[in-house]
Design a protein around this ligand. Structure first.
Ligand SMILES: C[S@@+](CC[C@H](N)C(=O)[O-])C[C@H]1O[C@@H](n2cnc3c(N)ncnc32)[C@H](O)[C@@H]1O
Length: 254
């Protein structure tokens, strides 16, 4: 008998982001795996628990909290650091699935935003499936990502007419604004990499989008940079963590 796992995109922070498909999937699972250690994770775990309580109609389910390993940022090579981290996460997931999910049972991971965007869960589950130590089958339910939530919050289209968009990370943006790009979405930016780009760019910035703590700032980068840095710093000190995403785009040619 196979273990079945549903990877359910839950949207970027507002429980109303859940799709009908996601709600149906939640109701097929009997074991929910939730990462729940650390200040950020405990806030995000709380939201996941609220989603389960609100949308799951069955009563005979189990919620299994677990400690997701974090990447060791001291590893000199970023790729090596990610690879070591994925090995550690794979071990944790494999143990969870083997010990907490019985053959024939259906488990669920509630993935933040969309499971396919800057989330390692699908890579990890595929590695476990491919190794074959446990028989595993998984399904993916898409979710509203922080990219869509950002655009909606600012009431903007993500692309300019007929132009492409690039989605990248703060770490990459630090190397410079990508050549030939017009609109760039930046995620996972722990270091305010927008400080390194041309101040003539337009920025649409958002933190905790979709949650009661949502903060939005937009404008010409040189005009709003100090404000973003200030609110970012204040919010991070108050909550202990921050999640922000932004769109940078070149000024429109006149
Ligand atoms: C590990 S990635 C996960 C992305 C997620 N899978 C998605 O579809 O949005 C975490 C990054 O997503 C962005 N993010 C997620 N939720 C957000 C939110 N509510 N507000 C702002 N940024 C968010 C931030 O850039 C954060 O660093």
């Amino acid at each position: 008998m196979k273990r079945k796992v549903l990877v359910i995109g839950i949207g970027a922070g507002n429980p109303d982001h859940l799709t009908v498909q996601a709600i149906d999937a939640l109701n097929r699972a009997s074991v929910f795996f939730i990462p729940d250690k650390g200040a950020e994770k405990s806030d995000l775990a709380q939201l996941r628990r609220e989603i389960i309580e609100r949308f799951v109609t069955r009563t005979n389910y189990q919620v299994v909290g677990f400690d997701n390993p974090v990447r060791d940022s001291a590893t000199p090579s970023y790729r090596q650091g990610v690879s070591d981290w994925h090995d550690a996460v794979e071990d944790v997931y494999k143990t969870l699935l083997a010990e907490r999910l019985n053959d024939g049972e259906c488990g669920a991971f509630l993935a933040w935003g969309d499971p396919g965007l800057y989330d390692s869960i699908l890579r990890i589950l595929e590695r476990i499936r491919a190794r074959g130590d446990i028989e595993l089958e998984y399904e993916v339910v898409p979710g509203i990502s922080s990219v869509q939530a950002l655009a909606a919050a600012h009431r903007i289209p993500i692309n300019r007419i007929g132009e492409s968009i690039m989605i990248t990370t703060g770490r990459k943006l630090k190397e410079g604004f990508p050549e030939n790009a017009d609109s760039v979405i930046v995620m996972l930016d722990g270091q305010a990499a927008f400080k390194n780009v041309d101040g003539d760019m337009e920025i649409f910035w958002g933190a905790y989008i979709g949650t009661p703590d949502e903060i939005l700032v937009s404008g010409k980068l040189s005009d709003v940079l100090d404000e973003i840095e200030r609110v970012r710093h204040e919010a991070r000190s108050k909550k202990g963590w921050i999640m922000d995403t932004y769109l940078l785009r070149k000024p429109q040619a006149r």
